[in-house]
Ligand binder design. Structure first.
Ligand SMILES: Cc1ncc(COP(=O)(O)O)c(C=O)c1O
Ligand SMILES: N[C@@H](CCOP(=O)(O)O)C(=O)O
Length: 435
């Protein structure tokens, strides 16, 4: 499969080139030249398939020219070691739980898949690789877990100082080994801009192998389509239209849903549910794309993104046609006060505990369902609620039970280096520390 840059000013590349380059030289984003349509035989039989089987079939559809079946199977066996259960809240309302992986966030699908595939390609050569990744909370933890101890790979994670939860911070800063963390005095968008600048820095690129583990890297997005198809497979038998509500920040998750739709997964509509960093919902309403700078801090901190990096991919999927955009995605946004009410409502009405991001997806679906009825609603739960303990305690009025995997982190000492949001300082750090 070949990939093109959304800016159309860079040459086509192979999948291997795209994942190791991360960003095309013209600063666009790589997209597959064509998104494979899965066969009607696949869609007929999907109901009985495990998530691993679905993952295998999707990966094969994309990469049959790049990877053998045995290698694909090996990558799936290594990466997709957990499930994505659908919790039924009532006859037409389901929560797709994406937090059963190692870092307890949906990023585990993409990060583990990417770590396996990159390790496979690296084993064929003797090269060393530096992963640079920006996080507003969850990507960093998933990438740290996914790449921990992978041979010949070093990971540098940039996160905004004071803007991630304590447990999220511990996930990024306590593994050690090949994982380092940089605490940036700025916002997530500053972290993302620093990382992007490094990928375009020819001096750095001539000295080191650099790659991205953010959703700007296409290898993160394809595995995120697995769980949409899995949810569809479990709900198909109900014979109703399906609406997916996706809590969104950088819009990798929603773009992965659009990729699943392009593969012919039937979807009635997607809901792009954000916090007050409402760049995409506002774009859907007004047709104007206006980044928010600096991004606004909220209790759904992992979605505090003022310039979503996957927006050009979404535009490319819709051929830059706002009407196509509007017919596939409905936008909505919620304040912190509304988010807290959403958490309370989920607990009181359904006895279901959800993190602030998940609550936003629930609210998005609720808003849509009051105006449209008759479909099945699925809201995506993108992280375990315990990752956001202080806010959960404030909203619920008690301390919910924390999985041991997360509570064990609290006592650990963090190890990170502080930098200003300055490219010179960042580059100096990289020159001293990359492998
Ligand atoms: C818990 C959680 N929910 C939602 C999002 C937003 O996802 P995306 O950036 O793919 O839109 C993130 C961050 O990626 C997250 O960590
Ligand atoms: N919300 C993310 C921000 C980075 O998004 P990515 O999907 O592009 O890696 C986070 O949790 O770090």
């Amino acid at each position: 499969m070949k990939l093109f840059s959304t800016k159309k000013a860079s040459p086509l590349v192979t999948f291997e080139e795209a994942i190791f380059q991360g960003l095309p030289p013209d600063n666009g984003l790589y997209m597959p030249e064509s998104i494979p349509v899965l066969s009607s035989e696949f869609w007929d039989k999907v109901e009985g398939m495990s998530i691993q089987k679905i993952a295998f079939e999707i990966t094969k559809a994309f990469f049959k020219d790049d990877l053998s079946d045995d290698v694909i199977q090996q990558i799936i066996d290594e990466a997709i070691t957990f499930d994505a259960p659908l919790a039924k809240l009532n006859e037409s309302l389901f929560c797709l739980e994406l937090f059963h992986g190692s870092s307890m966030a949906f990023k585990d699908f993409g990060a583990r898949f990417m770590a396996s595939i990159m390790s496979y390609f690296l084993r064929k050569s003797d090269q060393k690789l530096n992963i640079l990744v920006a996080t507003s909370g969850d990507t960093g933890g998933a990438v740290a877990q996914g790449f921990y101890n992978k041979a010949n790979i070093s990971v540098t994670i940039l996160y905004p100082k004071g803007k991630v939860s304590e447990i999220q911070e511990k996930q990024l800063t306590t593994l050690g080994g090949n994982i380092s963390a940089l605490e940036v005095d700025g916002t997530f968008d500053d972290c993302q801009a620093l990382v992007k600048q490094a990928f375009l820095d020819l001096d750095l690129k001539s000295k080191f192998g650099l790659a991205s583990a953010n959703s700007i890297n296409i290898a993160r997005l394809i595995p995120q389509s697995f769980y949409y198809v899995y949810a569809y497979s479990r709900l198909k038998g109900l014979g109703k239209d399906i609406v997916f509500s996706v809590p969104s920040g950088n819009f990798g998750n929603l773009t992965a849903g659009l990729i699943a739709q392009k593969m012919r997964m039937p979807v009635k509509t997607f809901i792009a549910a954000t916090n007050v960093n409402k760049v995409v919902p506002s774009f859907i309403e007004s047709g104007e794309y206006l980044p928010i700078s600096p991004s606004i801090s909220t209790i759904s901190n992992a979605m505090d993104v003022g310039n979503p990096s996957n927006f050009p991919r979404m535009e490319s999927i819709f051929n830059n046609d706002i009407n196509q955009f509007r017919s596939s995605i409905k936008g909505c946004y919620f304040t912190d006060g509304e988010t807290k009410d959403g958490i309370k409502e989920l607990k009181e009405k359904f006895d279901y505990l959800a993190c602030p991001h998940t609550a936003i997806a629930y609210l998005g679906l609720k808003k849509y369902s009051t105006e449209n009825s008759g479909s099945i609603g699925v809201f995506l739960s993108t992280a375990h609620f315990a990752k956001f303990l202080p806010d959960m305690e404030k909203v619920l009025g008690y301390t919910p039970q924390i999985p041991k995997r997360l509570s064990d982190l609290i006592g650990l000492e963090k190890s990170s280096s502080e930098i200003k949001a300055s490219y010179d300082e960042f580059k100096e750090y990289l020159l001293q520390n990359l492998i």
